[in-house]
Design a protein around this ligand. Sequence first.
Ligand SMILES: [Fe+2]
Ligand SMILES: [Fe+2]
Length: 360
Amino acid sequence: MAAKYSAVVEKTLDHMANMRAGKFDLSWMNANPDGWGTKVKASPVGITLDNLNSVSPYGDIPEYGSSIGSMAPRGCEIPPETPSLGIYDINEKGLVWADNVAKLYDEAVARQWSSTRDIPWDRLEELPEEMEKAICQVCTGLTEVEFIAADLPAKWLWRINHDFHEVKLFLASQVMDEARHLDVFRKRALANGGGLMQASPGSENLLRAIIEAPNYTVASSLMHILAEGFVLTLFRHGEFIAPSVVEKKIFRLCMQDEARHVAYGTMHLKYFLKTYPERAEEIHSILAMGEQAIFALNTEPQSIEPRAILAGGGVDNMHEGLLKTSYLYTKQITEYLQRLKVAGLDRTERISIPIELPVD
Ligand SMILES: [Fe+2]
Ligand SMILES: [Fe+2]
């Protein structure tokens, strides 16, 4: 007669029979003696990732991730028969790490907000049609670009060695942040009598450069520092282009999230360049290409004109709006160059686009 169950099931049933007979294995109880006896001290806000990382062996972050290639948690005992999953090929700390990443993850978790609950949607008021069209166009553009900052981390996250779980957790929090950003700008476009306006071919060119970037750090420099840096400066000056308290609140909440993404990107580039100083030129050349793409995108009519209308207060006052937009652009460039300096990359003399918009 053919066996009723497969060999795997039969083996498990044998284990069960042993247990019923009172024969237990219990060898796992002697596992990982070096990691036993750990008592992590909580900080005033609770137990943070940094609190965990203050104790050995759990906080010992290797320069090269475990070569086993499993999902086994850092610091546990790994039985020799543990199989490699064969998918984790980003194994060097220098390729993903940032010294602030654990803190940023804890902050991300603590500061999640809701686009449904936390925006005072009931305070939206009817706007002149040109102003509603302008804010709807800005929201269309933001809805279009926000999710690159989720798709890009998602593209690399699953390949990162589990010994760098802090980076994976932070990138997962960024995916959630960007989901909320896409969502909140789409809501604003549809909430006040307007609707979505026109997509941007210029944006798509920049997005393509980010998603097709050949390695993680190049992609991160383009996205976390250049693209998100520009968006962060824009949100920080959200009062320029926010026609009401509703958009002001949206920009302020998104700004907090973007500040984390940019802070990770800046500190990651710093760690990367400290580990691989010979690779600075690689970053310079991708940024030169990205700067030109962002310049083209920023000066497209569907990008610059609605901002000038909002900043000026109407179509008739677009020149004043352009001057404010130009001030904002220079601020975006200055802050971008400053962040790169913090990361150890000086592009002051090498920037490939004007640092001022010729509007006057
Ligand atoms: Fe975002
Ligand atoms: Fe972001």
